[in-house]
Design a protein around this ligand. Sequence first.
Ligand code: AMP
Ligand code: GLY
Length: 438
Amino acid sequence: MKILVVGSGAREHALCWRLNLSPNVSDIWVADGNSGTAQVASNMPVSPEDVDGLASLASQLQADLVVVGPEQPLVNGLVDRLGEMGIPAFGPSASAAQLEGSKSFARQVMTDAGVPGPDYRVFRDTAAALEFLGGHSSPVVIKADGLAAGKGVALCSGPEEAVLAVKGCMDDRIFGAAGETIVMEEWLRGTEVSVFAFCDGERLSAPVAACDYKQLGDGDQGPNTGGMGSFSPPPFWNDKLSEQVCRTILEPTVARMAEIGSPYKGMLYAGLMLTRDGPKVLEFNCRFGDPETQVILPLLESDPVEVMQACISGGLAQSPVRWGNRAHVGVVMVSGGYPGAYETGKEITGIDGHCQSAEMPGLDTDCFIFHAGAKPVTDEPGDTRTMTSGGRVLTVVGCGQSIGEARDVAYKRVKQIHFEDAGYRLDIGDLSEGSRSG
Ligand code: AMP
Ligand code: GLY
């Protein structure tokens, strides 16, 4: 089978790597990829946001399956467009992707389905939002309704911060049209976990769980980022919790989406807070998570192509999904200055030997290096160097019998990799008491 993967991050490198291990796959292209995907697939110069360009690329390549990484093309209707052209694509339709594309839509679905979440209110004008805040003293979370590249959430411990967040979103439009409507939520406390399940519109696979680290600094300090690391499976994740999450959250959501005529097909990603009153939904995403994918795909024992095809055709019941339980810890290496301004074009050394096409490791390898903001530069024929090209540069994943062992493997490998001003957290996968502030 010929596969086109859409996206350019470490998540997409991990997808290409895992798809390439499938006996069903003959060719993989990726739009537009990075230096890592170039080792297992052919990079094509089409932007992951260019729905027209991607549709014609898929048709030109006669792709048998398109696998979509990021949310924007899903929300913009790439899967619908490919479907009209007769090209099977893994991911939800535009209407089902509204679970991520509109936070107010997602909250309404959850309310209608009886899915536990924080108390919330939706506001479409500033005056009403500010009036509500006037009579409200508890900490709140203010969210731009639409997609804001992961930046549209403000955790406000006091009313002054909340007022600034409302005005920034609704009056100053710092997130553009995405912030015309806001969702104001109760600030939930507890342990966060990301839960992923394949979905065929009706049924869900067994879920898999991972934890990610959003803040730049150790101990969850500093600015929010696209994720500084992750680990899976979390030691607290067990059959009882998994069953509870399926019964109270995933299944009713999927049933409600089918009921309203937007059956959900693809990867359903629930960001949860495990509170004293049980698991509650922080958000739904309509895709694989980043950096969680880098630690969960090595756990996928089933054939990814068969699973994705089953999601598209509604046959998940016939293709049960199996996950392993070996521990994986992924450390994200970033450019100095990220998530603010940073320089690119720094040479990366010390990355040979893991996840290379010439010696494709199987699922039992001890380490993976997934590339993101990195690109190959050829000065002379035969002399290709890997240079940084973005803020998020690599995810280095270690595997082991325990999270502690996996963490040691990951950091040992990280220390062998060099580029000027490289940054990374030192506490990814550190489960000792007090290592996280949340
Ligand atoms: P989101 O983009 O909705 O995932 O929000 C980003 C992060 O903000 C989440 O991963 C949580 O850490 C935090 N967050 C979102 N909503 C809430 C909430 N209602 N209570 C506490 N934290 C939240
Ligand atoms: N791990 C956060 C995200 O993928 O949105």
